[in-house]
Design a protein. Structure first.
Length: 383
């Protein structure tokens, strides 16, 4: 378990922030890298053409380490939705086939498939929430030969349920389905390997578990699809982009690998240095250590919360960093506000409380949350 890393963050001592699945706080060195990057625009004469490529190269290389793939397979995108739209733009589906999604899947990984299915007289097949919390078994049950694409996450975002993507990847290859992944709620927090899972496309927004700024994201594109059609045709994707004086010698050639899928203005001088610094810190901590550290905290909380009538998926079926506590007999409507008044921050969805710690949290934070929940529930049950 990593020692608490709170000193790297600007979190006041009275704040208990347990909501990384909503948005991670920026680390001080990340803020510094971003501020320095933004300030560079005050002196544009100092920005050289090479710098349009250098930050992007670092971004690709660092992302590739987190994904376990070659940096040529990484495109720079602004959001998960952009990456998933790119996947939907390139993956084929025929009339009568299905696109597999999970019950309550995040909208950015639902709408593009809904539209693609409608455009091709195909249909969505929704894997229903399993009573026993075993999402992997439920997906494997529904993965049949008429499924053209499985569009899935690593962690189901409303339950914290963990999917065994290696097993699902194998089954996709067996039935001939493409695999498109949204890793926004998992990459950086639990180990993942492109080599082991072999997806066709995989995207993650950076602002949660990759601890970067908003409007940055990475997209993995398998070799097979690297000759595909990007959402945009911009100058920097093209083979002649490095020579600024010959940009209007239009060329049909793209830069190699997944670079053709890069968004316009991908060389963002403010955001990329910040995203790069954050991902480098994650690699320094190691994803396995982050996962282990968060797992200790969520285990402590799940055990204590059971006394208040909360249940959660069994440990082997949920992601260690992502605890969704459900309470059949309900929770106070104003729970989020009551907790916020005490400077405690979690997400509340319906009758479930989502608690998502990171390495800036400690078991003291968990104990404070539990004490506060006990007080709130005692007062609520007494009314
Ligand atoms: C599972 C999941 N995917 C993606 C996103 C963000 O999507 P986008 O980058 O399209 O805004 C979120 C945000 O909460 C999410 O929970």
């Amino acid at each position: 378990m990593l020692p608490c890393q709170r000193y790297l963050f600007d979190i006041p001592s009275n704040v208990v922030y347990l909501n990384c699945a909503y948005m991670s706080p920026l680390m001080k060195p990340v803020l510094e890298a971003g501020s320095q990057g933004l300030a560079r625009k005050a002196h544009p004469w100092e920005l050289t053409p090479e710098e349009f490529f250098a930050g992007s190269d670092v971004f690709r290389a660092t992302s590739a380490q987190l994904l376990d793939c070659s940096s040529d397979c990484v495109a720079i995108v602004p959001s998960a939705s952009y990456g998933l739209a790119t996947a939907a733009h390139n993956l084929p589906v025929r009339k009568g086939q299905f696109i597999l999604v999970l019950d309550e899947q995040f909208p950015s990984n639902y709408y593009p498939w809904q539209r693609l299915a409608a455009e091709h007289c195909a249909a969505l097949k929704v894997v229903q929430r399993p009573e026993n919390d075993d999402w992997t078994a439920a997906v494997l049950h529904d993965l049949s030969e008429d499924v053209a694409i499985a569009a899935l996450p690593h962690v189901q975002w409303t339950s914290g349920g963990l999917l065994d993507l290696v097993r699902i990847g194998e089954e996709c290859r067996k039935v001939g389905a493409a695999l498109a992944l949204d890793l926004t709620q998992s990459l950086g927090a639990i180990p993942f390997s492109v080599r082991a899972v072999q997806p066709d496309f995989a995207v993650a927004a950076n602002y949660k578990w990759l601890m970067g700024p908003y409007t940055t994201g990475l997209l993995y594109v398998a070799h097979k699809w690297q000759g595909g059609i990007p959402l945009e045709e911009n100058w920097i994707q093209r083979a002649n982009a490095r020579n600024f004086s010959s940009l209007i010698l239009y060329t049909p050639e793209y830069e190699n690998g997944a670079r053709r899928f890069d968004m316009g203005e991908r060389s963002n001088f403010a955001l990329l240095p910040a995203a790069n610094r954050a991902m480098q810190q994650i690699l320094e901590w190691s994803v396995a250590e982050i996962s282990e550290t968060c797992g200790v905290l969520t285990r402590q909380l799940a055990t204590a919360a059971a006394e208040l009538g909360f249940s959660s998926p069994p440990e082997e079926l949920r992601a260690p960093h992502y605890l969704c506590l459900r309470r059949k007999s309900g929770i106070p409507l104003e729970l989020t506000n009551l907790l916020a008044q005490e400077k405690m921050f979690v997400s509340v969805r319906g009758s479930s409380v989502r608690v998502t710690p990171h390495v800036y949290n400690s078991s003291d934070d968990v104990e404070r949350l539990i004490r506060c929940l006990r007080r709130i529930f005692a007062a609520w049950l007494a009314t």
